[in-house]
Design a protein around this ligand. Structure first.
Ligand SMILES: Nc1ncnc2c1ncn2[C@@H]1O[C@H](COP(=O)(O)OP(=O)(O)OP(=O)(O)O)[C@@H](O)[C@H]1O
Ligand SMILES: [Mg+2]
Length: 378
């Protein structure tokens, strides 16, 4: 087992003026499951392929444990990779597919059989060892691909979207299996996906990439609670965080008819960079509904002649999920209409066409610089 270190690792493809991966720095602990996530083209596969030795590193270095592997050929790195298109050999049995790499490496037959049988037990493939791949389900084939990696007992597993050939339901069950398997084996794993839900549910830590640049590397919990910038804030979480540009006022920010308190520090940082607004992030579950179609919520009763507190959200679509529901609405923010998503309790679903007045919970809001996108609150 081993740690993995990306130390300013950079890849510039020939003929391209821009780095596909730019000064990537990540330290992955021994036995950790690290997920690389980001939109298409952000450099996930390139990062993984640099670690595998399938792509040149143009600057910086990569280490596995104490070994500098930057310029080692793939076969000397002690890694095993599972790709998106894990083509199995169709004419070979499951057992032969799984043992193939060991056979090439000259391992003797009885040892291969033992390793294949052990891996099959872990992967629940014992009954299928004699079958050909075409007689397997998609999920079983995927497990054979995992088996090929496991029998090699590498120091590091690399996986590039290994579940993307599976249908939605199988993806969910297989990702649980892979995460569980990795924890049992304790082998350091770098896993690539573009699916933020997959990243959040599988990773010990998640690294978010955008345009070849690392945005944040953190535990799923911290990533959700304290996104480092506007990009991460919008990328992690489903439905996405609401991001609203609002004017700075004394001691806080103006949110419809309410002032939401924001730390003085955050506001002065924004003002120092010449901004008159900040961008406030509120997750759908962090709004309180203070009034619904004129019926004031008991918790926040107020004088009836003043304008309702908070932001008026016109309800366009309601998604009922039983325990709760999501309201997709529009609110007037400044001079423009802004789409918002608000989570409401399952027994208090508003009607389409009605109006909700919402206030974000002050201790749950995220404040970002409108100009630079960086997080301003703790
Ligand atoms: N062999 C190559 N030659 C030139 N440019 C490449 C090559 N491979 C990838 N790129 C470019 O490098 C950037 C990063 O590509 P990469 O494959 O790492 O993205 P990715 O994050 O894995 O995307 P996806 O989610 O679509 O798989 C992209 O702009 C891509 O076009
Ligand atoms: Mg890719």
């Amino acid at each position: 087992m081993a740690t993995v270190t990306f130390d300013n690792a950079t890849r510039v493809y020939p003929g391209s003026g821009k780095a596909a991966v730019d000064k990537l720095n990540i330290e992955i602990a021994d036995g950790e499951f690290l997920v690389l996530v980001g939109p298409s083209g952000c450099g996930k596969s390139t990062s993984l392929r640099m670690l595998a030795g399938l792509e040149d590193v143009n600057a910086g270095s990569i280490r596995i444990g104490e070994r500098d592997v930057t310029h080692l050929p793939p076969k000397d790195r002690d890694i095993a990779m599972v790709f998106q298109n894990y083509a199995l050999y169709p004419h070979m049995t499951v057992a032969d597919n799984m043992g193939f790499a060991l056979k090439i490496a000259g391992v003797n037959k009885s040892e291969i059989r033992k390793k294949v049988e052990d891996a099959a037990k872990i992967l629940d493939l014992t009954d299928y060892l004699g079958r050909k791949p075409k007689a397997l389900s998609g999920g079983q084939r995927q497990r054979v691909a995992m088996g090929r990696a496991i029998v090699r007992e590498p120091q590091v597993f690399l996986m590039d979207e290994p579940l993307s050939n599976l249908d939605a339901k199988l993806r969910v069950s297989t990702r649980t299996q892979i995460a569980g398997l990795q924890r049992r084996l304790g082998i350091t794993t770098v896993y690539v996906t573009h699916d933020q839900v997959e990243a959040m549910t599988m990773g010990d830590r998640v690294a978010v990439l955008k345009d070849g640049l690392l945005q944040q590397v953190d535990s799923p919990r911290n990533m959700y609670d304290r996104p480092a910038n506007l990009f991460v804030a919008g990328f992690i979480g489903s439905p996405a965080m609401n991001l609203v540009e609002v004017p700075i006022t004394d001691g806080g920010v103006k949110f419809g008819n309410s002032v939401v308190p924001v730390s003085r520090e955050a506001l002065s940082t924004a003002a120092d960079s010449g901004d008159r607004t900040v961008t406030v992030g509120v997750r759908p579950e962090h709004f309180d509904v203070v009034e619904q179609d004129g019926a004031t919520a008991q918790s926040l009763s107020k004088e009836s002649d003043e304008a309702p507190a908070g932001l008026a959200v016109a309800v366009n679509v309601v998604e009922e999920l039983g325990a709760d529901g999501y309201v997709y609405g529009t609110a007037k923010v400044g001079d423009s209409e802004k789409d918002l998503v608000v989570r409401v309790p399952g027994r208090k679903i508003p009607e389409k066409g009605s109006t909700l007045h919402v206030v974000p919970r002050p201790d749950e809001i995220h404040v970002f610089s409108t100009s630079s996108g960086t997080r301003l609150t703790d």
